[in-house]
Ligand binder design. Structure first.
Ligand SMILES: Cc1cc2nc3c(=O)[nH]c(=O)nc-3n(C[C@H](O)[C@H](O)[C@H](O)COP(=O)(O)OP(=O)(O)OC[C@H]3O[C@@H](n4cnc5c(N)ncnc54)[C@H](O)[C@@H]3O)c2cc1C
Length: 403
Protein backbone atom coordinates (compact mmCIF):
# COMPACT_ATOMS: atom_id res chain seq x y z
CA UNK A 1 0.00 0.00 0.00
CA UNK A 2 1.37 3.36 -1.07
CA UNK A 3 2.23 5.54 1.93
CA UNK A 4 1.54 9.17 1.23
CA UNK A 5 0.70 11.93 3.68
CA UNK A 6 -1.35 10.17 6.32
CA UNK A 7 0.38 7.76 8.65
CA UNK A 8 -1.01 4.56 7.29
CA UNK A 9 0.33 2.52 10.18
CA UNK A 10 -2.49 4.00 12.21
CA UNK A 11 -5.25 2.94 9.81
CA UNK A 12 -8.15 0.80 11.03
CA UNK A 13 -9.00 -2.48 9.24
CA UNK A 14 -11.87 -0.71 7.48
CA UNK A 15 -9.66 2.12 6.28
CA UNK A 16 -6.94 -0.27 5.12
CA UNK A 17 -9.58 -1.93 2.92
CA UNK A 18 -10.79 1.45 1.68
CA UNK A 19 -7.27 2.65 0.93
CA UNK A 20 -6.54 -0.55 -0.98
CA UNK A 21 -9.69 -0.08 -3.03
CA UNK A 22 -8.94 3.53 -3.99
CA UNK A 23 -5.29 2.81 -4.72
CA UNK A 24 -6.45 0.12 -7.17
CA UNK A 25 -9.05 2.38 -8.78
CA UNK A 26 -6.54 5.18 -9.18
CA UNK A 27 -3.85 2.89 -10.58
CA UNK A 28 -6.20 1.31 -13.14
CA UNK A 29 -8.71 4.07 -14.00
CA UNK A 30 -7.08 7.41 -13.19
CA UNK A 31 -3.29 7.29 -13.55
CA UNK A 32 -3.29 5.93 -17.14
CA UNK A 33 -5.43 8.89 -18.25
CA UNK A 34 -3.51 11.76 -16.65
CA UNK A 35 -1.13 12.40 -19.54
CA UNK A 36 -4.02 12.38 -22.04
CA UNK A 37 -5.82 14.95 -19.91
CA UNK A 38 -2.65 17.02 -19.70
CA UNK A 39 -2.35 16.89 -23.51
CA UNK A 40 -6.02 17.85 -23.99
CA UNK A 41 -6.94 14.50 -25.59
CA UNK A 42 -9.56 13.74 -22.97
CA UNK A 43 -11.68 15.76 -20.60
CA UNK A 44 -11.26 15.62 -16.82
CA UNK A 45 -14.86 14.45 -16.61
CA UNK A 46 -13.98 11.33 -18.63
CA UNK A 47 -11.96 10.40 -15.55
CA UNK A 48 -14.27 11.73 -12.83
CA UNK A 49 -17.63 10.46 -14.08
CA UNK A 50 -16.72 6.78 -13.41
CA UNK A 51 -15.56 7.81 -9.91
CA UNK A 52 -18.93 9.51 -9.38
CA UNK A 53 -20.72 6.27 -10.23
CA UNK A 54 -18.69 4.57 -7.49
CA UNK A 55 -19.78 7.19 -4.95
CA UNK A 56 -16.31 8.72 -4.74
CA UNK A 57 -17.03 12.31 -5.80
CA UNK A 58 -19.06 13.03 -2.68
CA UNK A 59 -17.70 10.24 -0.55
CA UNK A 60 -19.00 11.63 2.75
CA UNK A 61 -22.57 12.05 1.51
CA UNK A 62 -25.05 9.31 2.46
CA UNK A 63 -25.78 6.58 -0.06
CA UNK A 64 -29.25 7.95 -0.83
CA UNK A 65 -27.58 11.19 -1.91
CA UNK A 66 -25.17 9.37 -4.22
CA UNK A 67 -22.22 9.13 -1.85
CA UNK A 68 -20.94 6.32 0.34
CA UNK A 69 -21.50 7.65 3.83
CA UNK A 70 -17.71 7.66 4.18
CA UNK A 71 -15.85 9.41 6.98
CA UNK A 72 -13.92 12.67 6.68
CA UNK A 73 -10.78 10.64 7.35
CA UNK A 74 -11.53 8.47 4.32
CA UNK A 75 -12.05 11.62 2.31
CA UNK A 76 -8.55 12.72 3.35
CA UNK A 77 -7.19 9.41 2.05
CA UNK A 78 -8.97 9.99 -1.23
CA UNK A 79 -7.78 13.61 -1.56
CA UNK A 80 -4.15 12.63 -1.07
CA UNK A 81 -4.39 9.71 -3.48
CA UNK A 82 -6.02 11.84 -6.20
CA UNK A 83 -3.63 14.77 -5.78
CA UNK A 84 -0.61 12.50 -5.86
CA UNK A 85 -1.79 11.83 -9.42
CA UNK A 86 -2.96 15.36 -10.33
CA UNK A 87 -4.31 18.38 -8.45
CA UNK A 88 -6.85 18.86 -11.22
CA UNK A 89 -8.88 15.82 -10.16
CA UNK A 90 -9.49 16.95 -6.62
CA UNK A 91 -9.93 20.64 -7.46
CA UNK A 92 -12.59 19.80 -10.03
CA UNK A 93 -14.23 17.24 -7.74
CA UNK A 94 -14.29 19.64 -4.75
CA UNK A 95 -15.62 22.60 -6.73
CA UNK A 96 -18.28 20.50 -8.40
CA UNK A 97 -19.74 19.09 -5.19
CA UNK A 98 -19.41 22.43 -3.33
CA UNK A 99 -22.98 23.65 -4.06
CA UNK A 100 -24.34 20.42 -2.54
CA UNK A 101 -22.29 21.09 0.61
CA UNK A 102 -23.72 24.57 0.92
CA UNK A 103 -27.27 23.33 0.48
CA UNK A 104 -26.67 21.04 3.44
CA UNK A 105 -24.80 23.64 5.51
CA UNK A 106 -27.75 26.04 5.23
CA UNK A 107 -30.29 23.24 5.75
CA UNK A 108 -31.98 23.90 2.43
CA UNK A 109 -32.49 20.23 1.49
CA UNK A 110 -36.26 20.63 1.47
CA UNK A 111 -36.22 22.95 -1.55
CA UNK A 112 -32.84 22.28 -3.04
CA UNK A 113 -32.36 18.57 -2.32
CA UNK A 114 -33.01 17.82 -5.99
CA UNK A 115 -29.59 19.25 -6.84
CA UNK A 116 -27.57 17.21 -4.36
CA UNK A 117 -27.66 13.75 -5.93
CA UNK A 118 -26.81 14.80 -9.49
CA UNK A 119 -23.86 16.81 -8.15
CA UNK A 120 -22.62 14.06 -5.89
CA UNK A 121 -22.80 11.40 -8.59
CA UNK A 122 -21.22 13.67 -11.20
CA UNK A 123 -24.28 13.49 -13.44
CA UNK A 124 -24.30 17.31 -13.18
CA UNK A 125 -21.30 19.58 -12.79
CA UNK A 126 -21.13 22.30 -10.20
CA UNK A 127 -19.03 25.32 -9.26
CA UNK A 128 -18.81 28.10 -6.70
CA UNK A 129 -18.41 31.75 -7.61
CA UNK A 130 -16.82 34.37 -5.38
CA UNK A 131 -14.26 36.13 -7.58
CA UNK A 132 -15.18 39.05 -9.82
CA UNK A 133 -13.21 41.31 -12.17
CA UNK A 134 -13.05 44.02 -9.46
CA UNK A 135 -13.17 41.73 -6.42
CA UNK A 136 -10.38 39.18 -6.00
CA UNK A 137 -8.51 39.41 -2.70
CA UNK A 138 -10.88 42.14 -1.60
CA UNK A 139 -14.30 40.49 -1.68
CA UNK A 140 -15.88 43.56 -0.11
CA UNK A 141 -15.61 45.11 -3.61
CA UNK A 142 -18.07 42.56 -4.93
CA UNK A 143 -20.68 44.13 -7.23
CA UNK A 144 -22.93 41.14 -7.83
CA UNK A 145 -26.32 41.66 -6.21
CA UNK A 146 -29.68 39.99 -5.75
CA UNK A 147 -32.86 42.11 -5.75
CA UNK A 148 -36.28 40.84 -4.78
CA UNK A 149 -38.87 41.15 -7.54
CA UNK A 150 -42.65 41.45 -7.29
CA UNK A 151 -43.13 37.63 -7.28
CA UNK A 152 -40.80 37.22 -4.32
CA UNK A 153 -38.13 35.74 -6.61
CA UNK A 154 -34.68 37.31 -6.98
CA UNK A 155 -32.98 39.10 -9.85
CA UNK A 156 -29.27 38.44 -10.16
CA UNK A 157 -26.83 40.81 -11.88
CA UNK A 158 -23.05 40.51 -11.92
CA UNK A 159 -19.92 38.99 -13.38
CA UNK A 160 -17.71 36.23 -12.01
CA UNK A 161 -14.28 35.24 -13.26
CA UNK A 162 -11.65 32.55 -12.60
CA UNK A 163 -14.33 30.00 -11.73
CA UNK A 164 -13.22 26.36 -11.60
CA UNK A 165 -15.67 24.33 -13.75
CA UNK A 166 -17.29 27.68 -14.63
CA UNK A 167 -17.39 27.02 -18.35
CA UNK A 168 -18.99 23.57 -17.99
CA UNK A 169 -21.08 23.81 -14.81
CA UNK A 170 -24.80 23.05 -14.77
CA UNK A 171 -25.39 24.15 -11.18
CA UNK A 172 -23.65 27.16 -9.64
CA UNK A 173 -23.45 28.55 -6.18
CA UNK A 174 -23.28 32.28 -6.89
CA UNK A 175 -22.33 34.67 -4.08
CA UNK A 176 -23.42 38.29 -4.23
CA UNK A 177 -22.95 41.23 -1.90
CA UNK A 178 -26.16 40.36 -0.15
CA UNK A 179 -26.58 36.61 -0.42
CA UNK A 180 -25.92 33.32 -2.14
CA UNK A 181 -28.23 31.29 -4.33
CA UNK A 182 -28.20 28.15 -6.43
CA UNK A 183 -28.31 29.19 -10.08
CA UNK A 184 -28.67 26.89 -13.07
CA UNK A 185 -26.67 27.59 -16.21
CA UNK A 186 -29.95 27.07 -18.09
CA UNK A 187 -31.54 30.13 -16.46
CA UNK A 188 -32.21 32.95 -18.93
CA UNK A 189 -29.64 35.76 -18.74
CA UNK A 190 -26.64 33.53 -17.97
CA UNK A 191 -23.68 33.79 -20.33
CA UNK A 192 -20.30 32.08 -20.40
CA UNK A 193 -17.99 34.82 -21.66
CA UNK A 194 -14.68 32.98 -21.84
CA UNK A 195 -12.72 29.87 -20.94
CA UNK A 196 -9.18 30.76 -19.88
CA UNK A 197 -6.01 29.03 -21.07
CA UNK A 198 -3.83 28.14 -18.08
CA UNK A 199 -0.13 27.87 -17.26
CA UNK A 200 -0.78 24.59 -15.44
CA UNK A 201 -3.71 22.49 -14.23
CA UNK A 202 -4.45 21.46 -17.80
CA UNK A 203 -7.91 19.92 -17.99
CA UNK A 204 -9.41 22.34 -15.47
CA UNK A 205 -12.17 24.41 -17.08
CA UNK A 206 -11.78 27.97 -15.78
CA UNK A 207 -14.62 30.27 -16.75
CA UNK A 208 -15.60 33.93 -16.89
CA UNK A 209 -19.35 34.22 -16.38
CA UNK A 210 -21.96 36.94 -16.68
CA UNK A 211 -25.44 37.18 -15.16
CA UNK A 212 -27.82 39.74 -16.62
CA UNK A 213 -31.22 40.06 -14.96
CA UNK A 214 -31.26 36.34 -14.19
CA UNK A 215 -34.49 35.45 -12.42
CA UNK A 216 -33.65 33.04 -9.60
CA UNK A 217 -36.58 31.29 -7.87
CA UNK A 218 -36.98 32.05 -4.18
CA UNK A 219 -36.64 28.32 -3.41
CA UNK A 220 -33.01 28.55 -4.58
CA UNK A 221 -32.02 30.86 -1.74
CA UNK A 222 -29.16 29.75 0.50
CA UNK A 223 -28.88 32.97 2.49
CA UNK A 224 -29.94 36.52 1.83
CA UNK A 225 -30.03 39.90 3.51
CA UNK A 226 -31.61 43.09 2.16
CA UNK A 227 -29.03 45.57 0.92
CA UNK A 228 -29.14 48.59 3.20
CA UNK A 229 -28.85 51.85 1.25
CA UNK A 230 -25.64 52.62 3.21
CA UNK A 231 -24.03 49.31 2.18
CA UNK A 232 -25.23 49.66 -1.39
CA UNK A 233 -23.55 53.04 -1.71
CA UNK A 234 -20.35 52.14 0.09
CA UNK A 235 -18.60 49.35 -1.76
CA UNK A 236 -16.10 49.02 1.06
CA UNK A 237 -18.46 47.98 3.79
CA UNK A 238 -18.58 44.25 4.47
CA UNK A 239 -22.14 42.88 4.42
CA UNK A 240 -23.35 40.09 6.68
CA UNK A 241 -23.64 37.95 3.54
CA UNK A 242 -19.93 38.40 2.80
CA UNK A 243 -19.11 37.51 6.40
CA UNK A 244 -21.29 34.36 6.12
CA UNK A 245 -19.44 33.14 3.06
CA UNK A 246 -16.04 33.75 4.64
CA UNK A 247 -16.64 31.04 7.23
CA UNK A 248 -16.06 28.47 4.45
CA UNK A 249 -12.68 29.85 3.48
CA UNK A 250 -10.75 28.35 6.44
CA UNK A 251 -11.74 24.73 5.74
CA UNK A 252 -11.08 25.29 2.01
CA UNK A 253 -7.55 26.52 2.79
CA UNK A 254 -6.82 23.54 5.03
CA UNK A 255 -8.10 21.21 2.29
CA UNK A 256 -5.79 22.92 -0.24
CA UNK A 257 -2.89 22.29 2.13
CA UNK A 258 -3.52 18.54 2.04
CA UNK A 259 -3.66 18.68 -1.76
CA UNK A 260 -0.25 20.38 -1.72
CA UNK A 261 1.27 17.83 0.67
CA UNK A 262 0.41 15.01 -1.74
CA UNK A 263 2.20 16.93 -4.52
CA UNK A 264 5.24 17.48 -2.29
CA UNK A 265 5.43 13.78 -1.50
CA UNK A 266 5.29 12.86 -5.17
CA UNK A 267 8.06 15.33 -6.07
CA UNK A 268 10.32 14.10 -3.25
CA UNK A 269 9.84 10.46 -4.25
CA UNK A 270 10.68 11.16 -7.89
CA UNK A 271 13.81 13.05 -7.00
CA UNK A 272 15.13 10.53 -4.47
CA UNK A 273 14.94 7.82 -7.11
CA UNK A 274 16.34 9.97 -9.92
CA UNK A 275 19.25 11.33 -7.90
CA UNK A 276 20.44 7.81 -7.08
CA UNK A 277 20.24 6.69 -10.71
CA UNK A 278 21.80 9.71 -12.37
CA UNK A 279 25.58 9.45 -12.49
CA UNK A 280 27.87 12.43 -13.08
CA UNK A 281 31.55 12.76 -12.21
CA UNK A 282 31.52 8.95 -11.77
CA UNK A 283 29.02 8.91 -8.92
CA UNK A 284 25.28 9.16 -8.37
CA UNK A 285 24.42 12.83 -7.94
CA UNK A 286 22.76 11.92 -4.59
CA UNK A 287 26.29 11.60 -3.23
CA UNK A 288 26.93 15.31 -3.72
CA UNK A 289 25.87 17.19 -0.61
CA UNK A 290 24.69 20.01 -2.86
CA UNK A 291 21.99 17.57 -3.97
CA UNK A 292 21.31 15.38 -0.92
CA UNK A 293 21.08 18.39 1.41
CA UNK A 294 18.35 19.80 -0.84
CA UNK A 295 16.48 16.52 -0.39
CA UNK A 296 16.97 16.72 3.38
CA UNK A 297 15.46 20.21 3.40
CA UNK A 298 12.54 19.05 1.29
CA UNK A 299 11.81 16.23 3.72
CA UNK A 300 12.11 18.52 6.76
CA UNK A 301 9.63 21.00 5.26
CA UNK A 302 7.27 18.24 4.21
CA UNK A 303 7.23 16.69 7.70
CA UNK A 304 6.74 20.12 9.33
CA UNK A 305 3.89 20.76 6.89
CA UNK A 306 2.24 17.47 7.80
CA UNK A 307 2.33 18.29 11.52
CA UNK A 308 0.87 21.74 10.87
CA UNK A 309 -1.81 20.28 8.62
CA UNK A 310 -3.11 17.94 11.34
CA UNK A 311 -3.19 20.79 13.87
CA UNK A 312 -5.06 23.09 11.49
CA UNK A 313 -7.42 20.28 10.46
CA UNK A 314 -8.60 20.01 14.09
CA UNK A 315 -9.31 23.76 14.14
CA UNK A 316 -10.23 24.48 10.53
CA UNK A 317 -12.67 27.20 11.61
CA UNK A 318 -9.77 29.27 12.96
CA UNK A 319 -9.03 31.57 9.99
CA UNK A 320 -5.52 32.55 11.11
CA UNK A 321 -4.40 28.97 11.75
CA UNK A 322 -5.88 27.88 8.41
CA UNK A 323 -4.01 30.75 6.73
CA UNK A 324 -0.76 29.77 8.50
CA UNK A 325 -1.21 26.20 7.33
CA UNK A 326 -1.86 27.13 3.71
CA UNK A 327 0.92 29.71 3.60
CA UNK A 328 3.56 27.35 4.97
CA UNK A 329 2.58 24.22 3.09
CA UNK A 330 1.97 25.68 -0.36
CA UNK A 331 5.09 27.86 -0.34
CA UNK A 332 7.14 24.87 0.91
CA UNK A 333 5.63 22.60 -1.75
CA UNK A 334 6.27 25.12 -4.49
CA UNK A 335 9.92 25.30 -3.38
CA UNK A 336 10.13 21.49 -3.14
CA UNK A 337 8.91 21.13 -6.75
CA UNK A 338 11.28 23.85 -7.96
CA UNK A 339 14.29 22.27 -6.21
CA UNK A 340 13.27 18.85 -7.50
CA UNK A 341 13.34 20.21 -11.03
CA UNK A 342 16.77 21.72 -10.34
CA UNK A 343 18.10 18.37 -9.15
CA UNK A 344 16.88 16.74 -12.34
CA UNK A 345 18.64 19.24 -14.58
CA UNK A 346 17.56 19.40 -18.23
CA UNK A 347 15.37 16.32 -18.14
CA UNK A 348 13.35 17.94 -15.33
CA UNK A 349 12.46 20.77 -17.69
CA UNK A 350 10.99 18.31 -20.21
CA UNK A 351 7.82 16.32 -19.83
CA UNK A 352 9.64 12.98 -19.54
CA UNK A 353 8.99 13.21 -15.80
CA UNK A 354 5.95 14.86 -14.20
CA UNK A 355 8.08 17.33 -12.20
CA UNK A 356 7.56 20.25 -14.57
CA UNK A 357 3.80 19.60 -14.43
CA UNK A 358 3.79 19.44 -10.62
CA UNK A 359 5.66 22.77 -10.51
CA UNK A 360 3.23 24.46 -12.91
CA UNK A 361 0.19 23.01 -11.16
CA UNK A 362 1.14 23.86 -7.57
CA UNK A 363 1.85 27.48 -8.53
CA UNK A 364 -1.88 28.12 -8.46
CA UNK A 365 -2.09 27.28 -4.76
CA UNK A 366 -0.08 30.42 -3.93
CA UNK A 367 -2.88 32.45 -5.57
CA UNK A 368 -6.16 30.49 -5.46
CA UNK A 369 -8.15 30.28 -2.25
CA UNK A 370 -6.40 33.49 -1.14
CA UNK A 371 -2.88 34.61 -2.11
CA UNK A 372 0.27 34.25 0.02
CA UNK A 373 0.07 37.96 0.78
CA UNK A 374 -3.52 37.69 1.98
CA UNK A 375 -2.57 34.72 4.20
CA UNK A 376 0.14 36.90 5.76
CA UNK A 377 -2.32 39.73 6.21
CA UNK A 378 -4.78 37.44 8.03
CA UNK A 379 -2.07 35.94 10.27
CA UNK A 380 -0.51 39.22 11.37
CA UNK A 381 -3.88 40.84 12.03
CA UNK A 382 -4.98 37.99 14.28
CA UNK A 383 -1.63 37.73 16.04
CA UNK A 384 -1.50 41.41 16.98
CA UNK A 385 -5.15 41.43 18.02
CA UNK A 386 -4.76 38.26 20.11
CA UNK A 387 -1.60 39.46 21.83
CA UNK A 388 -3.10 42.81 22.65
CA UNK A 389 -6.18 41.11 24.09
CA UNK A 390 -4.00 38.88 26.25
CA UNK A 391 -2.04 41.73 27.79
CA UNK A 392 -5.01 43.96 28.59
CA UNK A 393 -4.88 44.58 32.33
CA UNK A 394 -8.63 44.88 32.83
CA UNK A 395 -9.32 41.40 31.46
CA UNK A 396 -11.27 39.26 33.86
CA UNK A 397 -11.03 35.85 32.28
CA UNK A 398 -8.30 34.33 30.19
CA UNK A 399 -8.95 34.42 26.48
CA UNK A 400 -8.09 31.32 24.51
CA UNK A 401 -5.67 32.18 21.74
CA UNK A 402 -4.26 29.70 19.25
CA UNK A 403 -0.69 30.99 19.04
C1 LIG B 1 -6.98 28.23 -11.54
C2 LIG B 1 -7.83 29.13 -10.66
C3 LIG B 1 -8.97 28.60 -10.09
C4 LIG B 1 -9.81 29.43 -9.33
N1 LIG B 1 -11.01 28.94 -8.87
C5 LIG B 1 -11.89 29.78 -8.29
C6 LIG B 1 -13.23 29.35 -7.99
O1 LIG B 1 -13.59 28.17 -8.23
N2 LIG B 1 -14.09 30.24 -7.45
C7 LIG B 1 -13.73 31.53 -7.17
O2 LIG B 1 -14.56 32.28 -6.68
N3 LIG B 1 -12.47 31.98 -7.45
C8 LIG B 1 -11.55 31.14 -8.00
N4 LIG B 1 -10.29 31.60 -8.33
C9 LIG B 1 -9.92 32.97 -8.04
C10 LIG B 1 -8.85 33.14 -6.95
O3 LIG B 1 -9.39 32.82 -5.69
C11 LIG B 1 -8.33 34.57 -7.05
O4 LIG B 1 -7.53 34.62 -8.23
C12 LIG B 1 -7.51 34.99 -5.85
O5 LIG B 1 -8.32 35.13 -4.72
C13 LIG B 1 -6.77 36.32 -6.07
O6 LIG B 1 -7.58 37.30 -6.62
P1 LIG B 1 -7.11 38.12 -7.93
O7 LIG B 1 -6.68 37.11 -8.94
O8 LIG B 1 -8.17 39.05 -8.32
O9 LIG B 1 -5.81 38.89 -7.48
P2 LIG B 1 -5.76 40.36 -6.81
O10 LIG B 1 -6.66 40.40 -5.63
O11 LIG B 1 -5.94 41.37 -7.89
O12 LIG B 1 -4.26 40.42 -6.30
C14 LIG B 1 -3.17 40.83 -7.13
C15 LIG B 1 -1.91 40.89 -6.24
O13 LIG B 1 -2.09 41.88 -5.21
C16 LIG B 1 -1.82 41.29 -3.95
N5 LIG B 1 -2.63 41.93 -2.90
C17 LIG B 1 -3.95 42.17 -2.89
N6 LIG B 1 -4.34 42.71 -1.74
C18 LIG B 1 -3.22 42.81 -0.98
C19 LIG B 1 -2.96 43.28 0.35
N7 LIG B 1 -3.92 43.74 1.15
N8 LIG B 1 -1.68 43.24 0.80
C20 LIG B 1 -0.68 42.76 0.02
N9 LIG B 1 -0.88 42.28 -1.23
C21 LIG B 1 -2.12 42.31 -1.72
C22 LIG B 1 -2.17 39.83 -4.13
O14 LIG B 1 -1.56 39.02 -3.12
C23 LIG B 1 -1.64 39.57 -5.51
O15 LIG B 1 -0.26 39.32 -5.46
C24 LIG B 1 -9.44 30.78 -9.09
C25 LIG B 1 -8.26 31.30 -9.66
C26 LIG B 1 -7.48 30.50 -10.46
C27 LIG B 1 -6.26 31.11 -11.11
Amino acid sequence: MKKIVIDHDALSEKNIEFKKEIDEIIASEVAPKTQDMEDGKINVWDVLEPLGKKGLLGLTYPKEMGGRGGSYFQDMLLVEALCYESLVYDMVRGSSVYPAGLIRAFRREEHLGKYIKPLVTGEKKGCFCFTEPDAGSDLSRMKTTYKKDDDGDFILNGEKRFITNGSVADIMCVYGRNGAFIVESGFKGFEMLEEYKLMGLHGLNLGHLKFTDVKVPKENLLFYSELKPKTEGSQKKRTSAISSMQQFLGPERVAMSLQALAVAKRAIEIVIKYSQERVQFKQPISEFEGISFKVAEMVANYEAGKALYFRAYQKAQNPALAATCKLFIVTATHKICDEALQIMGGIGYTNKYPIERLLRDIRLHRIGGGTDEIMKYIIQKDIYKGFNRQIREDMEEEVEFWF
